[in-house]
Design a protein around this ligand. Structure first.
Ligand SMILES: *[C@@H]1O[C@H](CO)[C@@H](O)[C@H](O)[C@H]1NC(C)=O
Ligand SMILES: *[C@@H]1O[C@H](CO)[C@@H](O)[C@H](O)[C@H]1NC(C)=O
Ligand SMILES: *[C@@H]1O[C@H](CO)[C@@H](O)[C@H](O)[C@H]1NC(C)=O
Ligand SMILES: *[C@@H]1O[C@H](CO)[C@@H](O)[C@H](O)[C@H]1NC(C)=O
Ligand SMILES: *[C@@H]1O[C@H](CO)[C@@H](O)[C@H](O)[C@H]1NC(C)=O
Length: 863
């Protein structure tokens, strides 16, 4: 180690000020893929070094890739080296008690980021247990409050090194930055890194091509796509039934492929090796998809019909809950006896959800020896720290009697998809290891397929008797252990580590009972998304609102997931609470707390016999503003509601306002550089931020604008779209702005409130509304300022009410007089209020894009 370091020092003057080169350091001729960008960085060392696989790593000392930081980071060597650990890049590290960043000049496109950690004690007093840090790249959080020593100890890797692989997209002109930040919960924590690798990968190898409809989204009727605003973390990459494949034997992408022994749960499952004689032909997928060896080996059930009938070929993978996962299943049909379609047809279940009931590899590949793959996405909800994601294959018994009653798989890749709200890929730290660990059971060596029949029969006979009993025993042990783990988590730390996803999973049966089988009499609302029912759960004791999303709308499915994710992590007096959800039988159902009195709009309508008092209205506005302020700044993320309107504000028994309908919500900009998000326009007409409408600039201030319209509705008792005498339409906002400019704000008051609003309060209130409606989003106040302003308006009202009876009476008479005259000219009487149209327009816009909206619905034309 020392010797190496000395050698490197001598090299330093030769190298001088180096790097920032795109180093083509590991190129084996004949690779199917030749990456444009390749960086292999050996952190904490100087100059080039070569690892055991003949790969060259570049030191980061004096490298321009490492940005200068306030307090310098330290390059140091490991004090203790695990004898078997791969020496490069684990012998040296960069460590720091403050943040440090690497910035890589890369070409635009998708990149692998690979991180290598060896948590041990390092020179200069870096204690092993004090490595506790966060790693980010651009907007993505790769690791959060990562306890490196704990993670390494909990891992079953005897070398105690940690390897992580991510995929992110780098836009034109951007650099790929990696920032390491020690956690600040204690002052003596540090961040470190031993090695890094950045590598280009073929365009859309894992991301969804925009031409493509995406992959199956299990448990849902829609498709799932992975766009460039997502990042991936590799969870597992397996060569099933075969050997470990090292990076140098990959297709140029330098991936490692693991064996599946640790994950397969069916003891009778057979490794199959077809030998290297068979030529593969890559006609369906590119030749860099996976190395030939992946397709030349497989794990299959064997052909014992009796055994196969009662069991699935099962694998289990431990994953963090709270993320969506993508699974890529690699297949290649090579069995000589299989010659026709439907010869070997099987079911695929992922997380016990049906992915395929008729998987026929020959049908996908058209020919034998042609590799293919299929992708599936599956959401994993819940609050357990570790979740067992299962993959189960089973022959389909309904297909031809003579067929191969068998199922098989060649390769498998599992990716975690970044949380769309937090842009995070990070999970919680593991629990410290318990001594009673299940040791993986032994498997037989791969058999040669050429003399398969006899060996197979023998093996299967053994498998059929002894192994099956052992299997049952092991499965029992395994489930016991899992159950215990879940319980531990529920009672302990697990809940505090994950966001408070206290979301309940309802069965479709429970929902049917609650709604009397979706009886129409229980419908309390509807819209583009579907119906809302009132129902009772828990033995009819608790009323709930049950929102059943219409089947077949892809948009709805995305929003369904968004809403669960957002709502389950939010708790605020002024936000409607999500109680749970149901996604059985492809239903998308959300269960909310029941808010007794319905929408704010109902109580502002002149048709309502019991209009709200001014102070009730003020209180409601303050509540809504507080709820929105929490959404914008108080929660873990900046959340833009995107559809603030009076029909989305509900009132409970005590007239407490609750903001509902988060189906459109989007996570807001997290950095200064991304101060707006552009998306397809969504929201409801009459509330649309002009800034957003014309420039597709969605910001938190778009909600502020919509809230300004709500303030006007509350003040005027009018809907957001007004019908004038000549049948044209005008926005309430425009009309009110005109009144305000002309200094006749008291003309805007709801006739019911005449003489009740204290003038100072009216002035303050309308001023806030006007500020919210400023054309320039930047000039609008934050919701926090709005809360403050409304509370002040309430003060003015209360002070005013305490004034001398006489003086207020005079005021009332004066204002009343002017009001009557004007009423005849231009205000309430000249406006035909269109409640029903208003509702329809809101609904029709809910689910369609802006273009369709303006052509399809006449309500949507703006003047
Ligand atoms: C380090 O390796 C890179 C890539 O192989 C090469 O271009 C560079 O010249 C090497 N530097 C030294 C000092 O050997
Ligand atoms: C992979 O395919 C490309 C074209 O599709 C071809 O140029 C290349 O030679 C192939 N590489 C290997 C190693 O088969
Ligand atoms: C990466 O870091 C550089 C230098 O600090 C900065 O200019 C750039 O904006 C960063 N890029 C991203 C995508 O964060
Ligand atoms: C990290 O885990 C180690 C156990 O390996 C523990 O001693 C240490 O306190 C943990 N660090 C923090 C900051 O929790
Ligand atoms: C295989 O697993 C699926 C999904 O859990 C299940 O529905 C099916 O009954 C299982 N088949 C057998 C034979 O156990």
């Amino acid at each position: 180690m020392k010797a190496y370091f000395l050698f490197s020092s001598k090299m330093s003057f030769i190298i001088g000020t180096i790097f920032y080169l795109s180093l083509s350091i590991f190129h084996l001729s004949g690779d199917a893929y030749d990456p444009v960008d390749v960086f292999s960085i050996n952190c904490g060392s100087l100059g080039n070094s070569t690892d055991e696989g003949n790969r060259i790593w570049t030191g980061d000392i004096n490298s321009e890739l490492l940005l200068a930081t306030e307090k310098a980071s330290v390059a140091a060597s490991a004090l203790k080296q695990s004898p078997s650990a791969n020496k490069i890049p684990y012998t040296t590290a960069r460590l720091s008690y403050s943040n440090f960043t690497y910035s890589f000049p890369v070409t635009p496109g998708q990149k692998f980021i690979r991180l290598y950690f060896y948590p041990t004690s390092y020179e200069q007093g870096f204690d092993r247990s004090k490595a506790f840090f966060t790693v980010t790249s651009g907007i993505f959080t790769l690791l959060k409050d990562f306890n490196a020593s704990l993670t390494a100890d909990a891992d079953d890797d005897p070398l105690h090194t940690i390897f992580r692989e991510y995929i992110i997209y780098i836009d034109d002109g951007q650099r790929l930055n990696l920032t390491f930040s020690p956690s600040t919960i204690q002052s003596d924590l540090y961040a470190f890194i031993n090695g890094m690798e950045i590598l280009s990968l073929p365009n859309n190898q894992f991301y969804t091509d925009s031409q493509n409809q995406g992959m199956k989204f299990l448990g849902s009727i829609s498709f799932y796509s992975i766009a460039n605003n997502s990042a991936l973390k590799t969870e597992y990459r397996l060569n099933l039934g075969g050997d470990v494949i090292s990076p140098r034997d990959d297709t140029g992408l330098l991936r490692s492929w693991e064996n599946d022994k640790k994950y397969v749960r069916t003891s009778s499952a057979l490794p199959v090796d077809y030998g290297t004689d068979i030529k593969l032909s890559f006609t369906q997928v590119p030749n860099y998809t996976a190395p030939d060896t992946v397709y030349r080996t497989a794990r299959s059930m064997g052909r014992n019909e009796t055994l196969n009938k009662i069991s699935n070929l099962t694998w289990e993978f431990s994953v963090d809950s709270g993320f969506d996962y993508m699974l890529r299943l690699h297949f290649c049909e090579l069995i000589p006896d299989i010659t026709q379609l439907s010869d070997r047809v099987f079911y695929i279940h992922i997380d016990d959800k049906l992915a395929e009931d008729h998987a026929d590899v020959l049908q996908c590949s058209q020919q034998k020896g042609v590799p293919v793959y299929r992708d599936y996405a599956v959401p994993i909800f819940g609050n357990v720290k570790k979740y067992n994601l299962s993959l189960k294959l089973h022959p389909n018994p309904d297909i031809r009697k003579t067929a191969y009653f068998d199922a098989f798989l060649n390769g498998l890749e599992i990716f975690r998809i970044s949380d769309p709200l937090s842009n995070s890929l990070a999970g919680p730290n593991p629990d410290p290891l318990s001594p009673t660990q299940v040791t993986p059971f032994m498997f037989r060596q791969p058999i040669q397929h050429s003399n398969k029949s006899k060996i197979m029969i023998i093996c299967i006979t053994i498998a059929g008797t002894g192994f099956f009993i052992i299997l049952l025993f092991l499965i029992a042990c395994f489930f016991n252990r899992q159950e215990k783990k879940v319980k531990d988590n529920e009672s302990g730390e697990g809940l505090s580590v994950l966001p408070s996803c206290i979301c309940r999973h309802f069965s479709i049966a429970e929902i049917r009972v609650a709604t009397k089988d979706f009886n129409e009499r229980f419908i309390i609302g509807n819209g583009g998304f579907g119906n809302v029912y009132k129902g009772f759960i828990d033995n009819a004791s608790t009323p709930v609102a049950i929102k059943r999303l219409k089947q077949g709308s892809q948009q709805g499915a995305q929003e369904f997931i968004t809403e669960i994710k957002i709502l389950s992590q939010l708790r605020h007096l002024h936000l409607v609470s999500l109680i749970g959800f149901c996604n059985d039988e492809n239903e998308m159902i959300l269960v909310y707390e029941f808010v007794a009195r319905g929408t704010l709009r109902d109580y502002l309508s002149s048709k309502n016999s019991q209009p709200l008092s001014w102070k009730q209205r003020l209180n409601i506005c303050i509540g809504v503003a507080q709820g929105l302020d929490y959404l914008h700044t108080g929660a873990k993320y900046n959340i833009i509601h995107r559809d603030i309107k009076s029909t989305n504000i509900l009132l409970d028994e005590q007239w407490v306002a609750k903001v509902s309908d988060f189906g459109f919500s989007k996570i807001g900009p997290s950095g200064i550089s991304r101060s707006h998000i552009s998306r397809v326009i969504k929201g409801s007409f009459g509330y649309l931020d002009p800034d957003y409408y014309t420039r597709q600039r969605l910001t938190l201030k778009s909600d502020v604008y919509a809230f300004g319209v709500v303030l006007l509705e509350v003040l005027c008792g009018l809907p957001p779209l007004l019908h004038t005498m000549d049948k044209s339409k005008i926005c309430l906002a425009e009309w009110a702005q005109k009144c305000y400019r002309e200094g006749i704000i008291d003309k805007m008051e709801d006739p019911f409130l005449k003489g009740i609003i204290v003038p100072e309060c009216l002035k303050k209130f309308s001023e806030i509304a006007m500020n919210c409606l400023d054309d320039d989003g930047n000039q609008r106040p934050s919701m926090n300022e709005v809360v403050w302003g409304l509370e002040f308006a309430m003060q003015l009202q209360e002070n005013g009410e305490q004034l001398d009876q006489f003086s207020s009476k005079v005021e009332v008479m004066e204002r009343g007089g002017i009001g009557e005259e004007d009423n005849d000219d231009m205000s309430s009487s000249s406006l035909v209020v269109m409640f029903s149209d208003f509702n329809n327009s809101g609904v029709s816009m809910d689910s369609s894009a802006s273009g369709e909206r303006s052509s399809g619905n006449k309500e949507t034309e703006i003047s």
